[in-house]
Design a protein around this ligand. Sequence first.
Ligand code: ADP
Ligand code: GLC
Length: 492
Amino acid sequence: MTGPLAICLLASEATPFSKTGGLADVSSALAKHLHAAGHDARLFTPHYRPRAGEMRPRAVPPAEPLAGLSALPLAVGTHRFEFSVLQATLAGGAPVYLIDCPALYARGAPYTNDADEHVRFIAFTLAVLCACRRLAWAPAILHCNDWHTAFAPLLLEARYRAEALFATTRSLLTIHNMGYQGIFPAAAAGDLGLGVRGDLLYAPDLAAGRINALRHGILYADAVTTVSPTYAREICTPEYGMGLDDTLRARGAALTGILNGVDYDEWDPRADRYLPAAYDAEHLAGKRELKDALLARLGLGAAPGVPLAGIVSRLAVQKGIELMFEALPKVLAARELNLVVLGSGEARYEEFFASLARRFAGRVAFRQGHDEELAHWIEAASDLFLMPSRYEPSGLNQMYSLRYGAVPVVRRTGGLADSVEPYDRERGSGDGVVFNDFDVPALEWALHTALDLYAQPQHWTRMMVNGMRKDFSWRRQVGRYVELYRRLIAAA
Ligand code: ADP
Ligand code: GLC
């Protein structure tokens, strides 16, 4: 089957409307590139609103109410809501539908620990299906992402299949992170409104007093993808499967890995809206200028020839910050190196970087918080970029880093293994430094190896330029999703 497909994308975050991590970049980029390839792709996401008195953090495209889709009733278990749908467009014209329901989404942050967290995202999923109905739009594919929308395949099966509009809809679940599964007390099951189809729920979890959203997506989606081939293999093992490896293994070939892509309209040093200078592999002067400017702005020593390492990260256990507790002070004490860190998350990690910045004042800068502009500056100004992740489903920053000439120093796991090629001095091939074991000596080895290479400009430039010439654009990766969508439709 050829021709344009009707694809309904559901995501709990979407750049530039909301973002806590890579999912936001991926959902928007997928919508944008599917649209560019001629498909009728529509991205649905919650309309998070600031609470009264809070400022909206950054400029977002204007959203207009959609005629006929306002003040619609929505029942989630015994809860009653009213929602409206707003429409906006991404650069390039892909439509985005924002589910507006202040009672659920005006909470200051996309995710909460509130008692009704499951209700917020079951409501979102039901609202999307209801909006399709109101638009009389029959999606060929329902593409859900992560636990927030992982009940969609089950809801489709149990509550919507009988409707002509959804009779042939196929579902795909993309797992961006096994670390977040949406586990709630078993009583939450009532809010799915399954009635007699409650037999579809995974009984062993219910017997243990809980319900797991992600598990139901894995069980009921027509296909399951994750965001790199290596992570697809890893999550079938107990070490990386986080309790769902058995359910994943049971899906056999229905589980595949498709590496994320990069939106080079947003992340390319040849034309980066946040940077006053441009550069590429053939013209590196701009990178040196930007490095000097960032060092000055951060108050870091600007001695020529001292490498700058960068980190831009959610500060979560996944990211391997523990390894840095020991490795970074040792390496900073032993070698010439400056470090800039941008991130926010768990207090122990924020405290670590704050104390590192005090101890190595003038050499280490830590900026706590979320700062889109500084993230671009760090990619551009850094010589190396650290991602020693414990696990990494795909990772985007290492791919951004490759394009910006910030040589990635990464652990061989998930998407890091699939995107960074270890540098080989003999052949002059490869673009980063890759270590295997999740331990301090391995990270120290990697940092020393990187710094030794930095001291040999012929190797360093080669490695950096190799990375800058790599192409991880979405154009190719989107084709893999389209192939999969078509296979699912053909198999129906
Ligand atoms: P994850 O989704 O696990 O956080 P990714 O590497 O896929 O990891 O994506 C992270 C995205 O979030 C990147 O676009 C990165 O630039 C951005 N990011 C992470 N932390 C910050 C921050 N503190 N400020 C700005 N951007 C950030
Ligand atoms: C997750 C993963 C990250 C991935 C992102 C987008 O948050 O941690 O590796 O790149 O989702 O798929």
